[in-house]
Design a protein around this ligand. Structure first.
Ligand SMILES: C[S@@+](CC[C@H](N)C(=O)[O-])C[C@H]1O[C@@H](n2cnc3c(N)ncnc32)[C@H](O)[C@@H]1O
Length: 274
């Protein structure tokens, strides 16, 4: 898998690296906070063991380039929620080491595992840390499409795992020929390039076609072929969509939760459709 190097600044609070992000990253963290909140508390009665899995975890803190503000990244957001198990994977050594240190204050009450490496290569190790009888929420937050469908298949086989995916559909539409095999691996099929249902009149894949292809692939491995009330576009400062937050579950309750928490955006605005 291609490595996209990250940029870091030191967080003066702990002397560890924080990942440089743009202001629009707040949007994904808003929806992540809301979903982890409703999931961890809503599932507590039925599932004594609730795991939060973050396959592209980063160092745990974000440095916002526009404002210089430093705030919690996805793995620490998860640690503020009522999960019993946390499994974090991060490719870059210094980010994984920083994350491990940042997690240590939380370890007395919970099981927290930080794995350094490529999440595709480490997936068996990840699975070994998931609670045997329990439920998992997985945040899949790559910088493009560094997770293969094989990995998703292994992770979710005979297990209930809700997935929130940063889906880089807008950039998938622009990939060069050389990157197509990596996208084939992401989708687990070449159909995204060839099936007329996923293509526009110009014979190129459409954003809705790409999502439908991924949803169909997930339906083959036990997910509901259900369209959530909304996929959340994350746009840059020029209003260009960078990626969508797309939700997938094997259970209708997952969609009920997702549809409920996405009614309010990070600015407190209420969505018009239910
Ligand atoms: C978008 S950032 C994650 C940010 C984090 N989820 C957050 O919200 O705070 C993507 C991270 O994935 C890491 N990464 C890239 N490829 C990876 C792979 N194959 N396996 C695990 N981590 C990877 C990068 O080093 C980077 O830290």
């Amino acid at each position: 898998m291609t490595k996209v190097p990250s940029d870091y600044r030191i967080d003066p609070a702990d002397g560890l690296p924080a990942r440089v992000v743009r202001e629009w990253a707040r949007r994904k963290h808003h929806y992540l906070e809301r979903y982890t909140g409703i999931f961890a508390s809503g599932m507590k009665k039925k599932f004594p063991q609730r795991a939060y899995l973050d396959l592209f975890a980063g160092p745990g803190r974000c440095f916002e380039r526009e404002t210089g503000e430093i705030y919690d990244g996805s793995p620490l957001i998860g640690l503020h929620r009522n999960f019993t198990d946390h499994i974090y994977v991060e490719l870059e050594d210094k980010a994984a080491a920083a994350l491990e240190t940042r997690c240590s204050p939380y370890t007395p009450g919970r099981r927290v595992t930080v794995i350094q490496g490529d999440c595709n290569a480490k997936i068996d190790e990840v699975i070994a840390h998931l609670p045997r009888s329990g439920i998992t929420f997985a945040f899949i937050d790559p910088t493009n499409w560094q997770i293969s469908f094989d990995t998703i298949q292994k992770l979710t086989a005979a297990r209930r795992v809700d997935l929130l995916v940063s889906f880089f559909g807008p950039s998938m539409k622009r990939v060069a020929d050389l990157d197509r095999p990596r996208l084939d691996a992401f989708f687990g099929t070449k159909a995204w390039q060839t099936d007329p249902r996923f293509l526009g009149p110009d014979r190129l894949p459409t954003l809705s076609g790409l999502l439908a292809c991924y949803r169909e692939q997930l339906a083959r491995i036990g997910y509901l072929n259900q369209v959530s009330a909304r996929e959340i576009p994350v746009k840059n400062s020029k209003n260009v969509p960078m990626y969508l937050l797309a939700f997938f579950s094997k259970h209708p309750l997952g969609y009920t939760f997702w549809d409920r928490i996405t009614t309010e955006d990070e600015k407190g605005q209420i969505a018009l459709t239910w």
